[in-house]
Design a protein around this ligand. Structure first.
Ligand SMILES: *[C@@H]1O[C@H](CO)[C@@H](O)[C@H](O)[C@H]1NC(C)=O
Ligand SMILES: *[C@@H]1O[C@H](CO)[C@@H](O)[C@H](O)[C@H]1NC(C)=O
Length: 492
């Protein structure tokens, strides 16, 4: 009896174990950004994550729709605080208490959301911000931590602050030379000491794509995990890719300051698929497959063999993001804006990436240039510019998926994006008589240029919605420009 009981138990345990492995519970982590004109319903997003073994998600702010849908989902959540709240949270502990009450405690107790981290600010020390948030970040972290303790959540929810990789650099051009940027060294030390005492991790965003995009002399193969680039030799260590080199530069900086074993999370890493020539499906698939393989194998870097928690950037494309960093900024999604597949990925354990299910679309119709239209028409350029001011035309940029279209094809693409952006409203396909609605798919049969149909978010029936210019998330990912000053130095 005893033995039988034991063996049943044992078998059951094995069964549960293998089932959870088969379900992909070994687990991926992803960013869920919401700077988009047509958000996918939050329940569909949560299903998409679960179907793909994503059990950790990072939000850039406490979006109530997203948080409610994440309740009792088995997905752990990192909730972000936007930079524009840092000043008030830094100077007023009551603001921090109110933030935690409304945006953490309530969602845990009322909605069953498994919140594990609060990310205070986003890349607040980015050089392009010119020090704007340098003074407020640390006090805001302290006040949020105090508020979490007051709410009885001090053990369950940890604070962190996602930083851009431009907070560290290497004067020797090698990872072993890593140190923190002198202008923020003191702030970094205060934050690191505080987080290590409160068991909060450090979070850094690392972007090999941006290293490549910023420097025409960057050895392209070094951006990938399976690349054939000449390795970089640093003492006894040989680096074969920029991700490892970048991460270990950080570890060197931590070691120099006595925090070599500090817990580190990668808050963002990914590869865009459109907007410039290195941003394409093939490279994104290659990079992200390499990344997924490392996560599955639990592979770390030469200096830190235990792998960090890695939040991939991002789940979906976001059509309202600022394109200050470049037209690729709206195309970081592993999936398209509607949750459909861009490219397959092998997730390990016999699982493959799957797209979103149950998405509702508008009618199969497009707005295109009419056959009679003349490109010399005085209204032509103005119509095109009107369309592209409001809608997303980044796929027309040089090197992008639709850059091969002729002038009329360009106009059709722009008119259609505007028409779809306005939920196929009748008056959205009226470009001074130059346009017409068609139900024949205008996408070219060759290549990856795709004329999209918008998802149905229940807006197409309201006849008189006025239309305002898109709200652009400037503060969101201004970043980039300077994020790899150090990686450049690796190759100078
Ligand atoms: C909760 O978070 C939202 C989204 O960032 C923000 O608008 C709101 O002000 C926050 N609540 C408090 C009390 O700070
Ligand atoms: C199409 O539009 C893009 C973006 O506005 C522009 O760069 C390109 O030159 C245009 N191509 C033609 C053939 O007009």
């Amino acid at each position: 009896m005893g033995f039988q009981r034991f063996s049943t138990c044992f078998l059951l345990a094995l069964c549960i174990l293998s089932q959870s492995l088969a379900k992909g519970t070994l687990g991926f982590a992803c960013n869920w950004g919401t700077i988009t004109s047509h958000p996918l319903p939050a329940q569909i997003m949560v299903k998409l994550m679960r179907d793909n073994g994503i059990n950790k998600v990072k939000l850039f702010e406490a979006d109530p729709m997203a948080l409610k849908a994440l309740g009792n989902s088995g997905i752990q959540v990192m909730v972000g605080i936007p930079n524009d709240l840092l000043d008030s949270l830094a100077t007023n502990v009551n603001a921090a208490i109110a933030w935690v009450d409304q945006n953490v405690s309530a969602f845990i107790s009322k909605n069953g959301v498994d919140i594990r981290y609060v990310a205070v600010g986003n890349e607040a020390f980015l050089k392009t911000y010119n020090g704007r948030f340098v003074q407020s970040t640390f006090p805001a972290i302290k006040n949020i931590q105090a508020a979490l303790i007051k709410a009885g959540l001090g053990r369950q929810v940890k604070v962190t602050t996602p930083l851009n990789a431009d907070v560290y650099q290497s004067d020797t051009g090698l990872p072993s030379g890593g140190h923190f940027r002198p202008d923020i060294q003191n702030q970094m030390m205060s934050i690191i000491k505080f987080l290590s005492q409160s068991n909060g991790p450090l979070t850094f965003n690392i972007y090999p794509f941006l290293s490549l995009d910023a420097d025409p002399n960057f050895p392209k193969e070094f951006a990938f995990f399976d690349g054939s680039a000449a390795p970089v030799v640093d003492g006894s260590i040989t680096y074969t890719n920029v991700f490892d080199a970048n991460f270990d530069t950080l570890i060197s900086a931590l070691e120099k300051n006595g925090f070599g074993s500090m817990n580190v999370i990668i808050g963002e890493v990914g590869w865009p698929t459109d907007g410039t020539s290195n941003a394409n499906i093939k490279s994104a698939q290659r990079f992200n497959q390499g990344l997924v393989d490392r996560i599955v194998k639990k592979q770390g870097t030469p200096k830190r063999p235990t792998p960090p928690e890695i939040y991939m950037f991002a789940l979906l494309d976001e059509d309202l993001k600022s394109i200050d960093p470049g037209p690729f900024e709206r195309h970081w999604g592993i999936f398209n804006f509607d949750g459909s597949m861009k490219y397959p990925l092998n997730l390990g354990g016999g699982k493959s990436l799957v797209g979103a299910k149950g998405v509702k679309y508008l009618a199969k119709q497009w707005c295109v240039i009419s056959t009679q239209a003349n490109v010399m028409d005085p209204n032509f350029a103005q119509s095109m510019s009107k369309a592209c001011t409001y809608a997303d035309c980044t796929s027309l940029a040089p090197g992008s998926s639709c850059s091969g279209l002729d002038t009329k094809g360009n106009a059709s693409y722009a008119f259609n994006m505007y028409y779809q952006r306005l939920d196929q409203r009748k008056d959205a396909c009226q470009f001074n008589g130059l346009s017409v609605v068609t139900n024949i798919d205008p996408s070219p049969s060759q290549g990856s240029c795709h004329f999209e149909i918008m998802i149905d978010i229940g807006k197409h029936e309201t006849k008189s919605t006025s239309f305002a210019a898109p709200k652009i998330g400037l503060a969101y990912k201004f970043m980039l420009v300077s994020s790899f000053s150090f990686t450049l130095s690796l190759f100078i």
